[in-house]
Design a protein around this ligand. Sequence first.
Ligand code: LMR
Length: 397
Amino acid sequence: MSDVLEASLPFDLLAPQPADALLGLITLYRADSRLDKIDLGVGVFRDDDGQTPIMRAVKAAEAALFEVQTTKSYLGAEGDALYTELLAEIVFGDQASSERMSGVQTPGGTGALRLGAELLARANPDAKVWLGSPTWPNHAPIFAEAGLKTRNHRFYDHASAGVDFTGMLDDLRDARAGDVILLHGCCHNPTGASFSPDQWAALSNLCETRGLIPFIDLAYQGLGDGLAEDALATRTIFAQLPSAILAYSCDKNFGLYRERVGALWVQSGNRAIADRVRMNMLSLARSLWSMPPDHGAAVVRTILEDAALRADWVSELGSMRERLNGLRRLVAAAHPRLSPIGVQRGMFAMLPIAPAVVAALREDHGIYMAGNGRINIAGLRAETVPIFTQALMPHID
Ligand code: LMR
Protein backbone atom coordinates (compact mmCIF):
# COMPACT_ATOMS: atom_id res chain seq x y z
CA MET A 1 0.00 0.00 0.00
CA SER A 2 1.37 3.43 -0.92
CA ASP A 3 2.19 5.96 1.77
CA VAL A 4 -0.50 8.27 0.39
CA LEU A 5 -3.17 5.60 0.62
CA GLU A 6 -2.05 4.58 4.08
CA ALA A 7 -2.19 8.17 5.30
CA SER A 8 -5.74 8.47 3.96
CA LEU A 9 -7.02 5.71 6.19
CA PRO A 10 -7.82 7.65 9.36
CA PHE A 11 -9.63 4.73 10.95
CA ASP A 12 -6.25 3.02 11.40
CA LEU A 13 -5.65 5.55 14.13
CA LEU A 14 -8.68 4.58 16.18
CA ALA A 15 -7.80 3.00 19.51
CA PRO A 16 -9.58 -0.25 20.36
CA GLN A 17 -12.45 0.19 22.84
CA PRO A 18 -13.55 -2.24 25.52
CA ALA A 19 -17.06 -3.61 25.09
CA ASP A 20 -19.59 -2.17 27.56
CA ALA A 21 -19.22 -4.42 30.59
CA LEU A 22 -22.82 -4.03 31.77
CA LEU A 23 -24.38 -4.76 28.38
CA GLY A 24 -21.84 -7.60 27.93
CA LEU A 25 -23.54 -9.40 30.82
CA ILE A 26 -26.62 -9.91 28.62
CA THR A 27 -24.54 -11.99 26.15
CA LEU A 28 -22.69 -13.88 28.89
CA TYR A 29 -25.95 -14.79 30.65
CA ARG A 30 -27.61 -15.95 27.42
CA ALA A 31 -24.66 -18.21 26.63
CA ASP A 32 -24.86 -19.97 30.04
CA SER A 33 -26.81 -23.23 29.67
CA ARG A 34 -27.36 -23.80 33.41
CA LEU A 35 -31.11 -23.93 34.12
CA ASP A 36 -30.77 -22.52 37.64
CA LYS A 37 -28.75 -19.42 36.59
CA ILE A 38 -29.84 -16.12 38.14
CA ASP A 39 -29.65 -12.82 36.22
CA LEU A 40 -28.98 -9.86 38.51
CA GLY A 41 -27.17 -7.92 35.78
CA VAL A 42 -28.63 -5.20 33.57
CA GLY A 43 -31.32 -3.03 35.16
CA VAL A 44 -34.59 -4.26 33.74
CA PHE A 45 -37.66 -5.02 35.84
CA ARG A 46 -38.59 -8.71 36.05
CA ASP A 47 -41.76 -10.36 37.29
CA ASP A 48 -42.04 -13.57 39.32
CA ASP A 49 -41.52 -15.62 36.14
CA GLY A 50 -38.29 -13.80 35.36
CA GLN A 51 -39.92 -11.97 32.44
CA THR A 52 -39.73 -8.28 31.61
CA PRO A 53 -43.37 -7.86 30.62
CA ILE A 54 -44.96 -5.18 28.45
CA MET A 55 -47.16 -3.26 30.89
CA ARG A 56 -50.92 -3.67 30.42
CA ALA A 57 -51.49 0.04 29.77
CA VAL A 58 -48.67 0.03 27.21
CA LYS A 59 -50.24 -2.89 25.30
CA ALA A 60 -53.63 -1.17 25.35
CA ALA A 61 -52.14 2.16 24.22
CA GLU A 62 -50.26 0.42 21.40
CA ALA A 63 -53.50 -1.21 20.21
CA ALA A 64 -55.28 2.16 20.36
CA LEU A 65 -52.46 3.88 18.48
CA PHE A 66 -52.57 1.23 15.77
CA GLU A 67 -56.22 2.14 15.18
CA VAL A 68 -56.06 5.92 15.40
CA GLN A 69 -52.66 6.84 14.00
CA THR A 70 -53.02 7.98 10.41
CA THR A 71 -49.52 9.21 9.54
CA LYS A 72 -45.88 8.69 10.37
CA SER A 73 -44.91 12.11 9.05
CA TYR A 74 -42.30 14.17 10.95
CA LEU A 75 -43.19 15.89 14.21
CA GLY A 76 -40.11 18.09 14.62
CA ALA A 77 -37.04 18.24 16.84
CA GLU A 78 -39.11 18.70 20.01
CA GLY A 79 -40.92 15.38 19.44
CA ASP A 80 -44.43 14.91 20.81
CA ALA A 81 -45.17 18.15 22.67
CA LEU A 82 -48.24 16.79 24.48
CA TYR A 83 -46.16 13.85 25.75
CA THR A 84 -43.64 16.26 27.28
CA GLU A 85 -46.40 18.42 28.76
CA LEU A 86 -48.31 15.52 30.37
CA LEU A 87 -45.13 13.90 31.66
CA ALA A 88 -44.00 17.22 33.17
CA GLU A 89 -47.08 17.14 35.44
CA ILE A 90 -46.05 13.70 36.73
CA VAL A 91 -42.54 14.96 37.44
CA PHE A 92 -43.01 18.53 38.62
CA GLY A 93 -46.63 18.60 39.85
CA ASP A 94 -47.99 22.15 39.77
CA GLN A 95 -44.52 23.57 39.02
CA ALA A 96 -44.80 21.99 35.54
CA SER A 97 -46.44 25.00 33.93
CA SER A 98 -43.72 27.48 34.99
CA GLU A 99 -42.79 29.81 32.12
CA ARG A 100 -39.15 29.38 33.15
CA MET A 101 -39.20 25.73 32.08
CA SER A 102 -38.18 24.39 28.66
CA GLY A 103 -38.81 20.71 27.89
CA VAL A 104 -38.29 18.46 24.88
CA GLN A 105 -38.70 14.75 24.14
CA THR A 106 -35.42 12.85 23.83
CA PRO A 107 -34.31 9.34 22.79
CA GLY A 108 -34.27 7.78 26.28
CA GLY A 109 -32.67 9.12 29.43
CA THR A 110 -29.26 8.83 27.78
CA GLY A 111 -30.39 11.16 25.00
CA ALA A 112 -31.64 13.60 27.65
CA LEU A 113 -28.33 13.48 29.52
CA ARG A 114 -26.37 13.98 26.32
CA LEU A 115 -28.55 16.87 25.14
CA GLY A 116 -28.22 18.49 28.57
CA ALA A 117 -24.44 17.98 28.44
CA GLU A 118 -24.23 19.56 24.95
CA LEU A 119 -26.33 22.51 26.13
CA LEU A 120 -24.05 23.02 29.14
CA ALA A 121 -20.96 22.75 26.95
CA ARG A 122 -22.41 25.40 24.63
CA ALA A 123 -23.44 27.69 27.53
CA ASN A 124 -20.33 27.32 29.67
CA PRO A 125 -17.56 25.09 28.27
CA ASP A 126 -15.50 25.62 31.43
CA ALA A 127 -18.14 24.09 33.71
CA LYS A 128 -17.02 20.96 35.50
CA VAL A 129 -19.53 18.21 36.12
CA TRP A 130 -19.36 16.62 39.58
CA LEU A 131 -20.26 12.95 39.75
CA GLY A 132 -20.70 10.87 42.90
CA SER A 133 -18.59 7.74 43.39
CA PRO A 134 -19.90 5.40 42.25
CA THR A 135 -22.47 6.41 39.66
CA TRP A 136 -24.00 4.86 36.53
CA PRO A 137 -20.92 4.03 34.39
CA ASN A 138 -22.34 5.88 31.37
CA HIS A 139 -22.52 9.27 33.15
CA ALA A 140 -18.82 10.17 32.83
CA PRO A 141 -18.51 9.27 29.11
CA ILE A 142 -21.70 11.19 28.24
CA PHE A 143 -20.33 14.44 29.70
CA ALA A 144 -16.78 13.82 28.49
CA GLU A 145 -17.94 13.18 24.89
CA ALA A 146 -19.74 16.53 25.04
CA GLY A 147 -16.39 18.12 25.89
CA LEU A 148 -16.98 18.78 29.58
CA LYS A 149 -14.55 17.96 32.36
CA THR A 150 -15.81 15.67 35.10
CA ARG A 151 -14.74 15.45 38.74
CA ASN A 152 -15.71 12.86 41.34
CA HIS A 153 -16.97 13.44 44.85
CA ARG A 154 -17.52 10.85 47.56
CA PHE A 155 -21.08 9.50 47.70
CA TYR A 156 -21.36 5.93 48.93
CA ASP A 157 -19.98 4.74 52.24
CA HIS A 158 -19.34 1.01 51.96
CA ALA A 159 -19.11 0.51 55.74
CA SER A 160 -22.58 1.89 56.51
CA ALA A 161 -24.03 1.09 53.05
CA GLY A 162 -25.39 4.65 53.09
CA VAL A 163 -24.44 8.11 51.88
CA ASP A 164 -21.13 9.65 52.96
CA PHE A 165 -22.63 13.13 53.13
CA THR A 166 -19.75 14.66 55.08
CA GLY A 167 -17.23 13.35 52.55
CA MET A 168 -19.38 14.59 49.69
CA LEU A 169 -19.64 18.14 51.09
CA ASP A 170 -15.93 18.11 51.78
CA ASP A 171 -15.11 17.20 48.16
CA LEU A 172 -17.56 19.76 46.83
CA ARG A 173 -15.56 22.55 48.46
CA ASP A 174 -13.57 22.56 45.21
CA ALA A 175 -16.68 23.21 43.11
CA ARG A 176 -16.85 26.65 41.48
CA ALA A 177 -19.87 28.79 40.56
CA GLY A 178 -21.26 27.49 37.27
CA ASP A 179 -20.14 23.91 37.95
CA VAL A 180 -22.76 21.21 37.63
CA ILE A 181 -23.64 18.53 40.14
CA LEU A 182 -25.24 15.34 38.86
CA LEU A 183 -27.82 13.98 41.32
CA HIS A 184 -29.92 10.82 41.05
CA GLY A 185 -33.48 12.03 41.78
CA CYS A 186 -34.42 8.72 43.44
CA CYS A 187 -33.42 5.04 43.43
CA HIS A 188 -29.67 5.58 43.10
CA ASN A 189 -27.91 3.49 40.45
CA PRO A 190 -25.83 1.49 41.43
CA THR A 191 -26.16 1.72 45.23
CA GLY A 192 -29.85 2.17 46.14
CA ALA A 193 -28.69 4.64 48.84
CA SER A 194 -30.74 7.84 49.22
CA PHE A 195 -30.22 11.31 50.65
CA SER A 196 -32.54 12.12 53.57
CA PRO A 197 -34.99 15.04 53.08
CA ASP A 198 -32.65 17.17 55.25
CA GLN A 199 -29.69 16.28 53.05
CA TRP A 200 -31.66 17.19 49.92
CA ALA A 201 -32.51 20.55 51.51
CA ALA A 202 -28.83 21.06 52.38
CA LEU A 203 -27.81 20.24 48.78
CA SER A 204 -30.37 22.67 47.44
CA ASN A 205 -28.99 25.39 49.75
CA LEU A 206 -25.45 24.51 48.73
CA CYS A 207 -26.33 24.91 45.04
CA GLU A 208 -28.01 28.24 45.76
CA THR A 209 -25.24 29.76 47.86
CA ARG A 210 -22.39 28.48 45.69
CA GLY A 211 -24.01 28.99 42.27
CA LEU A 212 -23.87 25.28 41.35
CA ILE A 213 -26.31 23.90 38.81
CA PRO A 214 -28.09 20.69 39.81
CA PHE A 215 -28.54 18.18 36.98
CA ILE A 216 -31.02 15.57 38.18
CA ASP A 217 -31.18 12.16 36.54
CA LEU A 218 -34.65 10.75 37.21
CA ALA A 219 -34.83 7.29 35.67
CA TYR A 220 -36.84 5.29 38.22
CA GLN A 221 -39.78 7.50 39.27
CA GLY A 222 -42.40 5.36 40.97
CA LEU A 223 -40.12 2.41 41.68
CA GLY A 224 -38.88 3.69 45.06
CA ASP A 225 -41.59 5.00 47.38
CA GLY A 226 -44.28 6.24 44.96
CA LEU A 227 -44.67 8.56 41.97
CA ALA A 228 -45.03 11.78 43.98
CA GLU A 229 -42.62 10.65 46.73
CA ASP A 230 -39.87 9.88 44.19
CA ALA A 231 -40.27 13.36 42.67
CA LEU A 232 -40.15 15.23 45.97
CA ALA A 233 -36.43 15.97 45.87
CA THR A 234 -36.69 17.19 42.27
CA ARG A 235 -39.57 19.49 43.19
CA THR A 236 -37.68 20.89 46.20
CA ILE A 237 -34.65 21.68 44.04
CA PHE A 238 -36.63 23.19 41.16
CA ALA A 239 -38.72 25.30 43.57
CA GLN A 240 -35.64 26.82 45.20
CA LEU A 241 -33.14 27.32 42.40
CA PRO A 242 -33.19 29.63 39.40
CA SER A 243 -31.37 27.16 37.15
CA ALA A 244 -31.77 23.40 37.20
CA ILE A 245 -31.77 20.54 34.69
CA LEU A 246 -33.60 17.24 34.68
CA ALA A 247 -33.04 14.20 32.45
CA TYR A 248 -35.94 11.74 32.51
CA SER A 249 -36.27 8.15 31.39
CA CYS A 250 -39.48 6.15 30.81
CA ASP A 251 -37.44 2.94 30.32
CA LYS A 252 -38.22 1.43 33.68
CA ASN A 253 -41.46 2.98 34.94
CA PHE A 254 -43.26 2.40 31.61
CA GLY A 255 -41.17 -0.67 30.73
CA LEU A 256 -40.38 0.88 27.34
CA TYR A 257 -36.63 0.19 27.36
CA ARG A 258 -35.87 -0.41 23.68
CA GLU A 259 -38.35 2.22 22.48
CA ARG A 260 -36.01 4.93 23.84
CA VAL A 261 -38.39 7.34 25.57
CA GLY A 262 -37.07 10.24 27.61
CA ALA A 263 -37.25 13.98 28.11
CA LEU A 264 -35.04 16.89 29.10
CA TRP A 265 -36.27 19.87 31.09
CA VAL A 266 -34.21 22.96 31.79
CA GLN A 267 -35.31 25.67 34.21
CA SER A 268 -33.81 29.11 33.77
CA GLY A 269 -34.08 32.58 35.30
CA ASN A 270 -36.97 34.01 33.28
CA ARG A 271 -39.19 33.44 30.28
CA ALA A 272 -36.89 35.19 27.79
CA ILE A 273 -33.93 32.99 28.80
CA ALA A 274 -36.17 29.92 28.78
CA ASP A 275 -37.07 30.70 25.15
CA ARG A 276 -33.38 30.90 24.24
CA VAL A 277 -32.67 27.67 26.13
CA ARG A 278 -35.41 25.99 24.14
CA MET A 279 -34.05 27.27 20.81
CA ASN A 280 -30.63 25.90 21.75
CA MET A 281 -32.05 22.56 22.84
CA LEU A 282 -33.85 22.26 19.50
CA SER A 283 -30.85 23.22 17.40
CA LEU A 284 -28.63 20.76 19.29
CA ALA A 285 -31.23 18.00 19.03
CA ARG A 286 -31.47 18.64 15.27
CA SER A 287 -27.77 17.97 14.84
CA LEU A 288 -27.70 15.01 17.23
CA TRP A 289 -30.74 12.97 16.12
CA SER A 290 -32.89 15.45 14.20
CA MET A 291 -36.07 14.08 15.80
CA PRO A 292 -36.62 11.59 18.59
CA PRO A 293 -38.31 8.24 17.80
CA ASP A 294 -42.07 8.60 18.12
CA HIS A 295 -43.66 5.29 19.08
CA GLY A 296 -42.80 5.03 22.78
CA ALA A 297 -43.57 8.67 23.50
CA ALA A 298 -46.91 8.35 21.68
CA VAL A 299 -47.65 5.35 23.91
CA VAL A 300 -46.86 7.32 27.08
CA ARG A 301 -48.92 10.26 25.84
CA THR A 302 -51.87 7.94 25.07
CA ILE A 303 -51.67 6.47 28.58
CA LEU A 304 -51.45 9.84 30.32
CA GLU A 305 -54.31 11.29 28.23
CA ASP A 306 -56.73 8.52 29.16
CA ALA A 307 -57.95 8.32 32.78
CA ALA A 308 -58.49 4.54 32.74
CA LEU A 309 -55.14 3.74 31.12
CA ARG A 310 -53.38 6.15 33.45
CA ALA A 311 -54.98 4.53 36.52
CA ASP A 312 -53.98 1.08 35.29
CA TRP A 313 -50.39 2.21 34.70
CA VAL A 314 -50.21 3.73 38.21
CA SER A 315 -51.60 0.52 39.67
CA GLU A 316 -49.22 -1.82 37.80
CA LEU A 317 -46.28 0.44 38.64
CA GLY A 318 -47.36 0.17 42.30
CA SER A 319 -47.24 -3.65 42.07
CA MET A 320 -43.78 -3.49 40.51
CA ARG A 321 -42.60 -1.25 43.36
CA GLU A 322 -44.12 -3.59 45.96
CA ARG A 323 -42.38 -6.55 44.35
CA LEU A 324 -39.02 -4.76 44.53
CA ASN A 325 -39.50 -3.63 48.12
CA GLY A 326 -40.77 -7.09 49.18
CA LEU A 327 -37.63 -8.71 47.71
CA ARG A 328 -35.52 -6.09 49.48
CA ARG A 329 -37.06 -7.08 52.81
CA LEU A 330 -36.35 -10.79 52.12
CA VAL A 331 -32.69 -10.19 51.24
CA ALA A 332 -32.26 -7.81 54.20
CA ALA A 333 -33.53 -10.45 56.63
CA ALA A 334 -30.91 -12.98 55.47
CA HIS A 335 -27.79 -11.41 57.07
CA PRO A 336 -27.04 -8.32 59.17
CA ARG A 337 -24.57 -7.08 56.50
CA LEU A 338 -27.43 -7.16 54.00
CA SER A 339 -29.93 -5.32 56.24
CA PRO A 340 -29.34 -1.87 54.59
CA ILE A 341 -30.84 -3.36 51.41
CA GLY A 342 -34.20 -3.25 53.19
CA VAL A 343 -34.11 0.53 53.55
CA GLN A 344 -32.45 1.28 50.22
CA ARG A 345 -34.71 1.91 47.24
CA GLY A 346 -35.00 1.19 43.54
CA MET A 347 -33.69 -1.63 41.42
CA PHE A 348 -30.15 -1.79 42.70
CA ALA A 349 -27.93 -2.57 45.67
CA MET A 350 -24.16 -2.97 45.93
CA LEU A 351 -22.93 -6.09 47.66
CA PRO A 352 -19.92 -5.78 49.96
CA ILE A 353 -17.83 -8.15 47.81
CA ALA A 354 -14.68 -7.96 45.68
CA PRO A 355 -14.62 -8.41 41.86
CA ALA A 356 -13.07 -11.87 42.31
CA VAL A 357 -16.12 -12.94 44.32
CA VAL A 358 -18.41 -11.51 41.62
CA ALA A 359 -16.58 -13.75 39.12
CA ALA A 360 -16.73 -16.78 41.44
CA LEU A 361 -20.48 -16.38 41.98
CA ARG A 362 -20.92 -16.32 38.20
CA GLU A 363 -18.65 -19.28 37.50
CA ASP A 364 -19.62 -21.52 40.45
CA HIS A 365 -23.28 -20.64 40.91
CA GLY A 366 -24.47 -19.02 37.65
CA ILE A 367 -25.29 -15.80 39.50
CA TYR A 368 -24.71 -12.79 37.22
CA MET A 369 -24.15 -9.24 38.48
CA ALA A 370 -22.17 -6.14 37.50
CA GLY A 371 -18.41 -6.25 38.20
CA ASN A 372 -18.68 -3.74 41.08
CA GLY A 373 -21.04 -6.06 43.00
CA ARG A 374 -24.22 -4.27 41.90
CA ILE A 375 -27.27 -6.52 41.85
CA ASN A 376 -30.58 -5.92 40.11
CA ILE A 377 -33.03 -6.78 42.91
CA ALA A 378 -35.79 -7.46 40.35
CA GLY A 379 -33.80 -10.43 39.01
CA LEU A 380 -34.53 -12.32 42.25
CA ARG A 381 -37.66 -14.33 43.08
CA ALA A 382 -38.91 -15.28 46.54
CA GLU A 383 -37.69 -18.85 45.81
CA THR A 384 -34.25 -17.80 44.60
CA VAL A 385 -33.50 -15.41 47.48
CA PRO A 386 -32.30 -18.27 49.77
CA ILE A 387 -30.22 -19.80 46.95
CA PHE A 388 -28.65 -16.42 46.28
CA THR A 389 -27.99 -15.54 49.93
CA GLN A 390 -26.53 -19.02 50.64
CA ALA A 391 -24.09 -18.67 47.76
CA LEU A 392 -23.18 -15.21 49.04
CA MET A 393 -22.83 -16.02 52.77
CA PRO A 394 -19.28 -17.44 52.70
CA HIS A 395 -18.10 -14.20 51.11
CA ILE A 396 -19.47 -11.62 53.57
CA ASP A 397 -18.38 -11.21 57.18
C1 LMR B 1 -28.48 -0.28 34.03
O1 LMR B 1 -27.84 0.51 34.72
O2 LMR B 1 -28.36 -1.51 34.12
C2 LMR B 1 -29.47 0.25 33.03
O3 LMR B 1 -29.66 1.61 33.20
C3 LMR B 1 -29.17 -0.16 31.65
C4 LMR B 1 -28.07 0.64 31.04
O4 LMR B 1 -28.31 1.23 29.98
O5 LMR B 1 -26.95 0.66 31.57
